[in-house]
Design a protein around this ligand. Structure first.
Ligand SMILES: [Zn+2]
Length: 311
């Protein structure tokens, strides 16, 4: 267990509002993958203690890591301080970069936006250098990769707040018509509920889509059209090779991504067809794999064509 020549691994950490996923990889060792929930009712100190306990467990069970990439949904400033995080408000003001240096004193560490990292992982998995990624879940995250790199680089791509309908629904950010105010999972369920005249759960929606119920088909179509508008506009601006649609909500509805593709295709114009739309390959773990890609970049490791599967 204690071979001194053992290569330090790379670690990806996907930090979420309710849980955290970790995955470590190294040549010649099975990958380590584990997730944990934040302790109920914990404050910032409690969260950091839970994270430290998991990092110690990783070291004991699996071994050392030489580079750590962290995917964060929170807004962080260029120095690595958390500006705001509605998911865990106690983290606002945390010097995250400093906290990571203390957790991993012997490793290079970096933090990036989870949508940007998900885009990077999906782009590398698809073998494409120019990709836009849209992740449809509680909100809409996403990212843009051009020439193999995340853009805009100095901040995150905020695809969920692209305005696709000036007079549309009110977004959490206060503005009307942001993509996520129309096409996120909760927005789609709200629209379905209004059409049905009763509250609609995700399972209700999926079952009603199978039965081709009008209220369900209409609610999902409106979301897919808004996403197609974003894809077509991103296509005009960036001419990506691919638009990749992921996130838990999209992944749970088999017809969702094909419908976005169809709506986008129909909105192309002569000389500028819409980018082809494809379902995400990494499912719910795009950001975790993106965090690993960040760690790999820090360690100067070659980029694998495909992630190493867990044995
Ligand atoms: Zn918004």
């Amino acid at each position: 267990m204690t071979g001194p020549q053992r290569t330090p691994g790379v670690l990806g950490v996907d930090v979420g509002g309710t849980k955290v996923a970790l995955r470590a990889e190294a040549a010649g060792r099975p990958a380590y993958e584990r997730s944990f929930r934040w302790p109920p009712g914990a404050d910032l100190a409690g969260d950091l203690a839970a994270l430290a306990a998991e990092v110690n467990r990783l070291r004991d069970v699996w071994g050392p890591v030489g580079a750590v990439g962290v995917a964060m949904p929170a807004t962080t400033d260029p120095a690595g301080t958390v500006t705001t995080w509605p998911g865990r408000p106690g983290w606002a003001g945390l010097d995250l970069a400093g906290a990571l240096r203390r957790l991993f004193p012997d490793a290079a560490t970096a933090v990036a936006d989870d949508g940007d990292l998900a885009a990077l992982a999906e782009a590398r998995r698809a073998g494409a250098d120019d990709v836009v990624y849209l992740g449809v879940g509680t909100g809409i995250g996403g990212g843009v990769v051009l020439a193999g790199r995340s853009v805009p680089g100095r901040s995150s791509a905020e695809i969920g707040h692209m305005v696709v309908a000036l007079d549309g629904e009110r977004c959490d950010c206060g503005r009307r018509g942001c993509l996520q105010s129309i096409a996120s999972g909760p927005a789609t369920l709200r629209r379905a509920g209004a059409g049905r005249g009763a509250e609609v759960s995700f399972e209700d929606l999926r079952a009603a889509l199978d039965e081709r119920r009008t209220w369900a088909v209409a609610a999902v179509d409106a979301s897919c059209r808004a996403l197609a508008a974003a894809v077509v506009s991103l296509g005009e601006l960036l001419d990506p090779a691919l638009a990749i649609v992921g996130g838990g909500f999209a992944a749970g509805l088999p017809d969702f991504v094909p419908l976005v593709a169809e709506r986008a295709h129909a909105a192309g114009r002569p000389g500028r067809p819409a980018p082809p739309v494809r379902a995400a390959a990494l499912g719910a773990s795009s950001s975790l794999h993106g965090a690993l890609e960040l760690a790999r970049d820090l360690a100067g490791l070659p980029v694998p064509v495909r992630p190493v599967p867990t044995p």
